[in-house]
Ligand binder design. Structure first.
Ligand SMILES: *Cc1c(COP(=O)(O)O)cnc(C)c1O
Length: 377
């Protein structure tokens, strides 16, 4: 049997007519950038996330970059984040000239650990602490970071809170949606995200009038009005085609999320029945609404062997992420050493994402579980 990690063709088959109809309209209009489809999506996403505003942008990476710029973060500033995430999280911090400061994760959720965050801030000398301007928690794999203590620390220290919610559209923390938990919520429409476009795209949510204005101005090279540049922004615009496709998918997102959650529950049951739930470490569902962008198991020291075994058996799987950000070559000058972020380093060595996409069948899941069981025995 062949079980891909993700099969977008099945999803496309269910929305094909709608997608073709709307793209045809956009081709006929010859209006490709920003415009009414983007505005419609912005209203829908703001409504979905429970925020006052949303600003469509060119990618999830640009959502992070633009938020940092709108918050005025740059040279000489520090931004605290997790070392266990996609590169763009820390890459965007470095690109505005700020210094990423890494704080280790919780071993059970893989999200930044609030206790370690507090300890790290307490250890800083006064000058370093003053230079910290923001915190960028990541809601990894579709589960929100522990936001209450993070927000409390942020208030105490006057930090801007930028949520990297690229993997977490629709995730909830204590009944509140990802993107509404900080000052900025950054989402990606990269095709493999739960809400993906037909290319690159992203969106930033906010409740702040002033940040909203800055996001909109910086999105178009800092111009307001057109050709009068108050700031140096960039081209962070979203395409009409991406917005229209994402709108179509947003209407079905909750239904797809429910399928992912059912698939996650079925894996737990299958692994428990096979007596291997301890060995392969199911993800912890700590927050209310985990949207399972990934279902990530922990295979201790046998991870790489398990990956090879599954791939040979036709089961798609992937390591997110094999190298922690504090160990990346481009951040060598930050001066981190191996062993400094033990939980993140352990996660990078142990975790493996297996298929959890909405269209996955029960037979396919049973096959995946059977392969893992036979590897374990
Ligand atoms: C996907 C992702 C991004 C970047 O989004 P793009 O749209 O690919 O630029 C940023 N952070 C995290 C955690 C992601 O998963």
């Amino acid at each position: 049997m062949y079980v891909p990690l993700l099969d977008l063709k099945l999803q496309y088959a269910s929305i094909r007519q709608e997608c073709l109809a709307v793209t045809e309209k956009i081709y006929d209009s010859q209006h490709f950038i920003l415009g009414p489809y983007v505005e419609k999506l912005e209203e829908e996403v703001a409504g979905y996330c429970g925020t006052r505003y949303a600003v469509g942008v060119s990618s999830g990476t640009d959502a992070l970059l633009l938020s940092l710029m709108a918050a005025g973060i740059g040279e000489g500033d520090r931004v605290i984040t997790t070392p266990y995430t996609f590169f763009a999280t820390a890459g965007s911090i470095a690109r505005v000239g700020a210094v990423p400061v890494f704080v280790d994760i919780e071993p059970d959720t893989y999200n930044i650990c609030p206790q370690k965050l507090e300890a790290a801030v307490r250890r800083m000398d006064e000058k370093t602490r003053q230079s910290v301007k923001a915190v960028m928690p990541v809601h990894l794999y579709g589960q929100c970071a522990e936001m209450d203590p993070i927000n409390a620390l942020a208030r105490e220290n006057n930090w801007v809170v930028i949520e990297d919610a690229a993997q977490a559209m629709g995730a909830e923390y204590k009944g509140q949606r990802a993107g509404s938990l900080g000052d900025f919520g950054c989402f990606s429409f990269f095709p493999s995200k739960n809400l993906g476009g037909f290319g690159d795209g992203g969106i930033v949510t906010t409740n702040s009038d002033s940040y909203y204005e800055m996001l909109k101005i910086l999105r178009v090279h800092g111009a307001s009005p057109k050709y009068y540049h108050r700031y140096i922004g960039g081209n962070f615009r979203l395409d009409a085609i991406q917005a229209a496709i994402v709108s179509i998918k947003l209407a079905r997102l909750d239904q797809w999320t429910q399928k992912r959650q059912e698939n996650a529950a079925r894996y737990r049951q299958l692994f428990a029945e096979a007596g291997i739930d301890e060995i392969i470490g199911c993800p912890l569902e700590k927050q209310d609404r985990h949207i399972y962008n990934q279902f990530v198991i922990s295979a201790e020291s046998k991870r790489d062997a398990l990956r090879d075994f599954l791939q040979a058996a036709g089961v798609g799987c992937e390591i997110y992420y094999p190298v922690c950000l504090h160990m990346q070559q481009c951040f060598a000058d930050l001066g981190y050493a191996a062993g400094q972020m033990p939980e993140a380093e352990a996660a990078a060595a142990r975790t493996l994402a297996i298929p959890v996409f909405p269209e996955l069948t029960e037979d396919q899941q049973a096959y995946v579980a059977e392969q893992i069981r036979s590897f374990c025995s």
